[in-house]
Design a protein around this ligand. Structure first.
Ligand SMILES: *Cc1c(COP(=O)(O)O)cnc(C)c1O
Length: 401
């Protein structure tokens, strides 16, 4: 059995091949795995039950609202990055909490935002002073994002809100210089978000930094939101240590703790099916062009960057036939990665990428006029249902009248 066969990204697909499971679907397409979402939900609900913390879905990572009814029983609500996600959360997970954080809010949207969101987190004392009173009068709970200036990620500045010069979160120095008594009186909670795909040991050291920088403020707060980036549903995650962190914060500061994971809610909960269009050789490099694109359909492969899991494949050289997989676009760097197989690839072969629910379906684009992958769900009963079908119009309507 191969290194990427039936591992967590594919554990619900035992006994068959991608062709057996998804061969009749048009490619490229995403298939969301309902069982995986429920599995994640159960882990998060257990955490909430044991500790009393509340867990929100960070919608920017996963916003396929047709599946919200699967996650909804396990969560306290949603987290939004602005007006549209706040509205989506309010409408698609009705009756649950809607928290919002944006680096800056707009005058022309704030009234509407207050309609959808019950917890408003500001990025700076100036934003708090600009909008905080209005939010308070509307009965909303008000928070400030802090920057504990504690980087736990090496060489990953694009995902490090604690990097020098960061625009995200209020440092203690900024607080001391700018925070007024009126601003302080408006605050119900503090928020920090500094992790990305990390374990609880990094949260533990971050909490120490939070205590050092804002420990005198926290006892006056009702809640503390520890953001996302907690890889809670990854096998091997130190959930006991996370629970210790939550209980310590509850005891020390008497706060309601919130977590707002995105990845952990929908980790390993989707696939991207693609077919090989052509196979070629350049010098020593064998190349397969597939009908999906890293740039258009899995942009984090290039941004993060990372190498997505692929069913039935190994690292380059691990199996007899190694190929560089790339998309049909003009971008030289539209390369998904190097993978090895037991058999040579041929045009028409169906390949299945794993962990394609998070930061994928919500990040697609039609660069080069690439079609958007259709979207399916594989229900717990095994039946497959189409959620979205895309065509030329979806490319066309964003570009003119
Ligand atoms: C991105 C983000 C999250 C979710 O992060 P994950 O890494 O997907 O868990 C939560 N809160 C805020 C403020 C974020 O920016």
């Amino acid at each position: 059995m191969g290194d990427t066969m039936y591992t967590p990204p594919f554990r619900y697909l035992e006994g068959g091949t991608p062709e057996d499971w998804f061969g009749r679907l048009p490619t490229p397409c995403y298939i969301l795995e309902e069982r995986a979402l429920r599995h994640n939900g159960e882990i998060l609900a257990g955490l909430a039950e044991r500790t009393g913390c509340r867990v929100l879905l960070a919608q920017k990572a996963f916003s396929n609202y047709d599946l919200y009814p699967v996650l909804e029983p396990y969560l306290a609500g949603t987290e939004a990055s602005g007006l549209y996600e706040a509205r989506l959360g309010a409408e698609k997970m009705p009756g649950k909490e809607v928290h919002v954080f944006s680096a800056a809010y707009r005058d022309d949207q704030f009234v509407e935002l207050l309609h959808y969101a019950d917890h408003i987190v500001f990025n700076s004392p100036s934003q708090l002073m600009r909008f905080g009173r209005q939010a308070k009068v509307a009965g909303r709970s008000i928070g400030l994002r802090i920057n504990p200036e504690w980087s736990t990620q090496d060489g990953h500045d694009i995902y490090d809100p604690c990097a020098p010069g960061s625009r995200l979160g209020t440092t203690r120095e900024q607080w001391n210089a700018l925070m007024t008594d009126e601003g302080k009186a408006l605050l119900d909670g503090l928020h920090f978000h500094t992790l990305c795909e990390q374990d609880a040991d990094d949260l533990a050291t971050t909490l120490k930094a939070v205590e050092t920088t804002f420990g005198d403020i926290l006892p006056q707060m009702k809640w503390l939101n520890m953001g996302g980036g907690h890889h809670i549903t990854r096998p091997g995650y130190q959930i006991n240590l996370l629970e210790d962190c939550i209980r310590t914060a509850q005891k020390k500061w008497n706060v309601q703790v919130y977590l707002e994971p995105g990845e952990a809610c929908a980790l390993h909960a989707g696939y991207l099916a693609t077919r090989v269009l052509d196979v070629l050789t350049n010098g020593n490099t064998k190349i397969a062009i597939v009908d999906t694109s890293a740039a258009c359909h899995m942009p984090d492969v290039l941004e993060m960057p990372y190498r997505p899991p692929l069913f039935g494949s190994g690292e380059a050289g691990a199996r007899p036939y190694t190929y560089r997989l790339g998309g049909p676009t003009c971008l030289s760097g539209d390369v998904i990665g190097d993978y090895s197989f037991d058999k040579p690839l041929e045009a028409g072969d169906l390949l299945l990428f794993g962990d394609m629910a998070i930061y994928t379906t919500c990040k697609t684009n039609t660069f080069n006029g690439m079609p958007l992958p259709d979207l399916y769900v594989r229900h717990e009963t095994g039946t497959i249902e189409e959620l979205c079908h895309f065509g030329y119009d979806d490319f066309h309507y964003r570009l003119g009248k």
